[in-house]
Design a protein around this ligand. Structure first.
Ligand SMILES: Nc1ncnc2c1ncn2[C@@H]1O[C@H](COP(=O)(O)OP(=O)(O)OP(=O)(O)O)[C@@H](O)[C@H]1O
Length: 829
């Protein structure tokens, strides 16, 4: 189907099919909306909490301070109506086959466009339109906008926020009387229960930035029950940032009569380190968790096209029903997961049915292309694309009395800690101009936020704190996180997809004109040259050369643009390596790296050519008419814009992914190297220990050898004195084996032989002393070298001090054997 005329009068025609398509479009504001039927944008309330929210006014429904769990009256903890994913979906909960048309993969984006004429009155924020509030400038800085929201408390306040932009701990609550009470400064320090001024102060500038083509992220951080969900989602009386932002989106569309928009939503949660799609049926999302397959690219993720505020609400309501909340010791409806609501905004200038003129056909429904644009660039109209992410983080918390909640709490705390360390590293890098490795990959939350935290988005953080005295530690930690994130450097750029067809057409035209000029000049050259001086002739030939160079440059540019165009596939943007799967093998990663480098070179050439083209632009004489000057300025601005887009594309598509690939390869090899070093060190230590043991063994054996000789001498002397029996001298008994490792476990003789002992006992009848010791081989020679290694320790048992000789007990206190062995066994001589 082709796009019909988009002129104002004929406008309704192309978009008439849109309303019936929309599951959400309605003029009927009296229809109870999601906001009208539930207090919060969370899962359906349990009966107890519904009772509580309807009876209690907003101010009195404050949750108790974490750290001081207030149990219910009967002493038991509050009931835990945990909300597992959509076990009993409400009627109409899933889209029927007819409604499925709003799933982005089944919708022709060109038919679901929204613009100022198709908006309904109820879609637009009356507050903003009537009030004409100025948009704060915060979002335009390259810093994170950090605000603190202090929730009301029924207890004693520990913080003073009377000075604007400042929050200070009251001195009496400082850790010690000596330490000074901490004081923090932020962009905003807000309090109270009104959500309107919170939205205007912390979110509005970022929503506007998203509508202008910048990625924007708004998230709430803080301890459990400090008011994150209240700030983001709010309730019926006080709609929070998300509903107000959605209204603002439609207000913005109404204020931009020259543009048309395609809006698509997705909603996901990170629960226990798994990402679930809150918009797909629970059975599907449970079995197919969402994967992060590249720089912020998520799949499978259901995206739904929305054309009205009611549509957005319905999508959110459906997602909220799937979200996991449960009652904890501190919050009756605590978020057990981090939730991310994403609105992808695509827009382009409204045109007058140029689709046919450019030869492009509206392609009809296309397969989902995660991360890519769905609008077509038509007839010179480039497509601007941005993502607005609204994130409600789960709150940090202490262990609770419930096992399941504690397990969830561990995951929550770990991912928040990782977020803290990522922010810490980014802040350090920014402060010290370093590029230390940022541990994005340590949690799903930080991986998801990676593109934004690396500077690709404008970020606003609302840190919620409970000012109660019992929550001072948690609040201080939140404020420290807020201070760190304030130092993170951002560098968000507009995302625009150039209509390469139009660009090429422009280049072709210019080439034609230049060629005509060149041939005219060449034809006139013979006549003209006769009139010109030598110097003028040189100038003339230089001008002709320049013309030629410009033609060549443009020809090259056409080629480059076409190459980029061919590689772009369905995404209508330069083929980008941003869909690199970083879990690939090092070889595959290297291949990716190579491919990316090639593309980098091609884009670098394109940049050079554009720069050269910019420089080669003819200068206008000072007296040229204003209209010509304006035309030249407009032309140059267009070229500058194109140049910026190419540079942007180069940075976005290649800079970061390239760095990522290199980092991943390096990290993998560094890991392997470290493992190898550790293994080697272990082996070296083992070898050193072995050598030490061997030395020890050697020493013991040498001592024993000395001892054996002394003993032999002693026995012969003993015998020569005629104290031993003659028959004993020439004992024909088999020579008992000398101690060796194998003998240690095998007793040989004598009552004291045992347990690996030497077993030397001088007995009248069977004493081994009677053997011919002189002829015994050396102990050192007896044990082969390799056996030493088997002797982990030499432990000899010996009966020293007494020797029974012919029934007479002889004292042998001065025996060197005793001395040596006593030393070995560490017993006093
Ligand atoms: N500024 C505020 N004004 C009035 N009520 C508030 C405010 N902030 C929080 N509350 C109330 O306090 C309770 C807890 O708030 P909320 O659920 O928003 O906390 P949370 O930080 O999202 O907690 P968790 O991390 O456990 O999900 C709710 O009943 C909420 O209405």
């Amino acid at each position: 189907m082709t796009i019909a005329s988009t002129s104002r009068l004929a406008r309704p025609a192309p978009f008439t099919p849109k309303r019936p398509l929309s599951v959400s479009s309605s003029n009927d504001l009296s229809t109870p909306s999601v906001l009208n039927t539930t207090k919060k944008y969370k899962a359906a309330l349990s009966s107890e909490s519904r009772l509580r929210t309807t009876k209690a006014p907003v101010h009195s429904s404050l949750a108790p301070v974490p750290g001081t769990p207030i149990k219910s009256n009967d002493g038991s903890r509050p009931k835990t109506p945990s909300t597992p994913r959509g076990t009993s979906p409400a009627p109409g909960f899933f889209m029927g086959p007819g409604d499925m048309s709003m799933d982005v993969s089944r919708v022709d984006p060109e038919e679901a466009l929204v613009d100022c004429e198709t908006l309904e009155a109820g879609d637009v924020s009356a507050e903003i339109d009537e009030g004409e509030l100025p948009i704060p400038e915060y979002g335009k800085e390259d810093k994170v906008l950090v605000s603190i929201r202090i929730r009301p408390t029924n207890g004693h306040q520990a913080w003073d926020s009377s000075v604007p932009h400042t929050i200070k701990l009251l001195p009496q609550h400082a850790k010690t009387a000596l330490s000074s009470a901490p004081e923090f400064h932020f962009d905003e320090v807000l309090s109270g229960s009104e959500n309107k001024h919170i939205y205007n102060a912390v979110a509005r500038s970022h929503v506007c930035a998203a509508m202008e083509g910048y990625n924007a992220v708004i998230f709430a951080y803080g301890q459990t029950a400090s008011g994150k969900t209240f700030t983001l989602s709010g309730n019926e009386d006080q709609p929070g940032i998300i509903p107000r932002a959605m209204k603002d989106v439609f207000s913005h569309i109404r204020r931009a009569p020259t543009r048309e928009y395609l809006l698509r939503c997705s909603y996901l949660e990170i629960y226990n380190e798994t990402i679930y799609d809150l918009l797909s049926p629970p059975s599907v999302s449970a079995t197919q968790p969402v994967q992060i397959i590249g720089q912020g690219v998520l799949a499978p993720l259901r995206e739904e096209v929305v054309t009205s505020l009611k549509g957005v609400r319905e999508v959110m309501e459906r997602g909220e029903r799937h979200r996991r909340t449960a009652s904890t010791d501190w919050n009756e409806r605590s978020s057990r997961s981090h939730s991310v609501f994403r609105l992808v905004i695509e827009s382009r200038e409204r045109g007058e049915g140029k689709a046919e003129a450019s030869g492009r056909q509206t392609p009809g429904p296309r397969p989902p292309t995660p991360g890519g644009t769905r609008l077509q660039t038509i007839g010179g109209r480039s497509v601007q694309m941005s993502v607005l992410s609204l994130i409600d983080l789960a709150g940090s918390e202490k262990a609770t009395s419930d096992k399941e909640r504690t397990r969830e709490g561990k995951y929550i705390n770990t991912s928040l800690l990782t977020l803290g360390s990522v922010i810490g590293t980014l802040a350090e890098n920014a402060a010290k101009n370093k590029s230390d490795h940022v541990p994005y990959r340590n949690s799903k939350l930080t991986r998801l936020l990676q593109p934004s935290l690396s500077g690709d988005a404008r970020i606003s953080v609302v840190c919620t704190i409970n000012p109660d005295v019992n929550a001072v530690t948690e609040s201080t930690s939140t404020l420290q996180f807020a201070s760190r994130i304030k130092r993170v450097q951002l560098n968000a750029k507009k995302k625009e997809v150039v209509d390469t067809d139009a660009l090429i057409e422009r280049y072709r035209k210019e080439i034609e004109e230049l060629k005509n000029k060149l041939s005219e000049r060449e034809a006139e050259a013979p006549v003209r040259n006769r009139r010109l001086s030598a110097r003028e002739q040189i100038d003339e030939s230089k001008a002709m050369k320049d013309l030629n160079a410009r033609i060549q440059q443009l020809t090259k540019l056409i080629l480059t643009s076409q190459t980029v165009d061919e590689g772009k596939g369905d995404d209508s943007r330069p083929a980008s390596p941003s869909k690199v799967d970083f879990d690939m093998s090092p070889y595959q990663l290297q291949q990716e790296l190579l491919g990316a480098r090639r593309q980098l070179e091609s884009q670098a050439t394109q940049i050079l050519s554009l720069e050269a083209a910019l420089l080669a632009r003819p200068e206008l004489p000072p007296d040229a008419p204003e209209t010509e000057k304006d035309k030249l300025i407009a032309d140059q601005q267009k070229t500058i814009r194109e140049l910026e887009i190419v540079v942007c594309g180069y940075e976005d598509n290649l800079g970061e992914p390239l760095r990522q690939v290199r980092e991943d390869v390096e990290r993998e090899w560094e890991g392997r190297l470290a493992e190898e070093v550790t293994r080697r060190e272990g082996k070296e230590a083992w070898a050193a220990e072995l050598v030490k043991q061997l030395e020890k063994e050697k020493k013991v054996r040498m001592t024993l050898e000395d001892e054996r000789r002394a003993l032999a001498a002693f026995v012969s002397k003993f015998d020569s004195l005629g104290l031993g029996g003659g028959n004993m001298l020439s004992s024909s008994k088999p020579v008992p084996p000398l101690p060796s490792s194998s003998m240690r476990a095998k007793p040989t003789f004598g009552s004291r032989v045992g347990n690996g002992g030497l077993g030397i006992v001088i007995e009248e009848t069977e004493s081994p002393m009677r053997i011919d010791l002189k002829n015994q081989p050396s102990l050192l020679a007896q044990t082969p070298e390799e056996e030493w290694s088997l002797m982990d320790d030499v432990s000899f048992d010996i009966e020293v001090g007494k020797a029974k000789v012919g029934g007479v007990v002889t004292k042998r206190a001065e025996s060197p054997l005793k001395e040596v062995l006593a030393r070995k066994e560490n017993i006093p001589v």
